[in-house]
Structure formats: C-alpha cells, structure tokens
Design a protein around this ligand. Structure first.
Ligand code: THU
Length: 131
C-alpha cells in the first residue's frame, strides 16, 4: 500500500492551523490514512487544563466517525510543521484503531506503533482474561 507521507504531513499541518490551544500555546495537528481517505485532528484545550484533548484523540474520533476502516499511517506535527511523536496516552488510543502495524511518522522514517508502544495492552488481552 502506497502511503503519501507528503500529503499526510500537509493535512496534519493544515489541521494544526485549526488547533484550540490558548493555554499551552502549542498547537498540534494530526492526520491519518486508512487506505481510502484522510482523517484529521487538532488539539482542543480547556480552561480546566486536564480536560484538554490531544490532536491524535480528536483524529481517532474523526476517523471512527467517518469509517470503520483501520488506520494505516499517522503523521503529527507542531506549529513549525516539525514531526511530533504521539504522547503515551495517544499511542494507546491510536493502537485501538491501527494496532502494532500502524505506521507513525518519525524524523528518521516511519516506525510501526508496536515499536513505540511495545508489549501493548490490546483487545486480545481483554478477551483472554474474561471469565
Ligand atoms: N499534544 C497533542 O495534541 N499531542 C501530543 O502527542 C502531545 C501533546 C497537545 C496537548 C496540549 O494541548 C499541548 O499539546 C501541549 O502539551
């Protein structure tokens, strides 16, 4: 599957432009590809600081709202358009919709999410431990 990383980065950058980040003043944009379409997200902060949403969480919700397809590739950037790596919580959120094969943009070249979130707790673990 061909992934157009340049387009994904451009979409992440455009999404960053719509961020609501008056508290951190650190706008973030994210874009994900599912093989057919691109879903985007930006961080959405809140006056109750801990309630802020990361760009990747907004992306995950937008993706799921649009399609049941799995994410294949994700790119995240800051206000300079520099690649950002998802925070720990967002790695877990993305894992739900792309698993360990999901490719995450990285300055050294895309890396599978499984390498960024090794031995992840996933849907299979939940099934295994059910009584
Ligand atoms: N942020 C994201 O949107 N994604 C990340 O992976 C890291 C951090 C946001 C959260 C907050 O609005 C701002 O960046 C500063 O932490």
């Amino acid at each position: 599957m061909d992934i157009d990383w340049a387009r994904l980065r451009a979409e992440a950058y455009a999404a960053m432009g719509r961020a609501y980040a008056p508290y951190s003043r650190f706008p973030v944009g994210a874009a994900g590809w599912d093989g057919e379409a691109i879903a985007i997200g930006c961080n959405v902060e809140n006056v109750s600081y801990g309630l802020g949403l990361c760009a990747e969480c907004v992306l995950a919700g937008n993706q799921r709202t649009r399609s049941a397809a799995r994410l294949i590739a994700v790119s995240v950037c800051d206000s300079r358009g520099e690649i950002l790596l998802p925070c720990g919580r967002c790695r877990q959120v993305l894992y739900e919709f792309g698993g360990k094969e999901l490719l995450i943009d990285h300055p050294a070249g895309p890396v599978p999410l499984g390498a960024l979130l090794s031995d992840a707790f996933g849907p299979d673990d939940l099934a295994a431990g059910r009584t």
